[in-house]
Design a protein around this ligand. Structure first.
Ligand SMILES: [Fe+2]
Ligand SMILES: [Fe+2]
Length: 245
């Protein structure tokens, strides 16, 4: 049995683009079992923009699971944004996870926004000024929470959902100089440490679609400017016996 996972990130909704995705979402139940939103759902993270996200991604035929992105934090209205999304039935993850009993088996999704810092051999370290320690410390904490949330999932298929990238491959196309602001290898270490089957992220609008962690976990950048469609669908082998095992 297969589990079909639809995913998109960086839809950056506000009133101007409301309705852009809705036509393609109407038939999503025929294409996928779940929809993952990989952050930057809004343009500046206002409650009004969150209502646009609720209108666009609420009341779909499949469960919708999201993490927030840096844009969703910009106006310091995260609690209001999360409340509006939750009111529309959208599950917002941040250091926690959810397990869905789907026809193809049990899908576990753990999510964090993640943060930057860079990649092995070219990364920031928790050293020196308090600002630098806080920056890297935020990433360390995020990766730790992702690892714990992934490990706790009791499921057939385990998926990591982040906004920032765990690997540099899916950033190819972005300027090398900004890689440290686009992701961190610590997220990949968390993903590899928890036996993950798929990692999905956004944030890198000019990046590439495909990559993999050092441990061989498939990584996909689903930022809308990269995938250039309402969502991509990934099929993963789930339970061999279906939901009644
Ligand atoms: Fe974005
Ligand atoms: Fe972003």
């Amino acid at each position: 049995m297969m589990i079909r996972i639809a995913a998109v990130g960086d839809v950056h909704l506000d009133g101007d683009v409301l309705g852009r995705f809705r036509p393609a979402l109407q038939g999503i139940g025929d294409q996928a079992d779940v929809l993952l939103l990989a952050g930057d759902l809004t343009r500046h993270g206002t409650e009004a923009e969150a209502r646009c996200v609720a209108a666009e991604f609420g009341d779909l035929a499949v469960p919708v699971i999201a993490v927030l992105g840096n844009h969703d934090h910009h106006c310091d209205q995260v609690p209001q944004v999360v409340k509006v999304l939750a009111g529309a039935g959208i599950t917002v993850l941040e250091g926690d996870g959810v397990v869905l009993d789907l026809p193809g088996g049990r899908l576990g999704v753990a999510g964090v926004k993640g943060f930057g810092g860079g990649f092995a051999g070219r990364c920031a370290s928790r050293f020196g000024e308090p600002e630098m320690k806080a920056f890297v410390g935020s990433t360390v904490d995020s990766a730790d929470r992702l690892r714990a949330a992934l490990s706790e999932l009791d499921c057939d298929v385990r998926v990591a959902l982040t906004h920032y990238s765990p690997v540099p491959e899916t950033l190819a196309g972005e300027p090398l100089e900004i890689y440290p602001f686009l992701g961190s290898y610590l997220l990949a270490e968390a993903i590899d440490g928890a036996g993950t089957d798929l990692a999905v992220h956004g944030h890198a609008h000019f990046g590439s679609e495909r990559g993999s962690t050092p441990g061989g976990v498939r990584v996909r950048n689903v930022a809308h400017p990269v995938i250039k469609q309402a969502y991509s669908v990934f099929s993963l082998a789930g339970s061999s016996t279906g939901p009644d095992r």
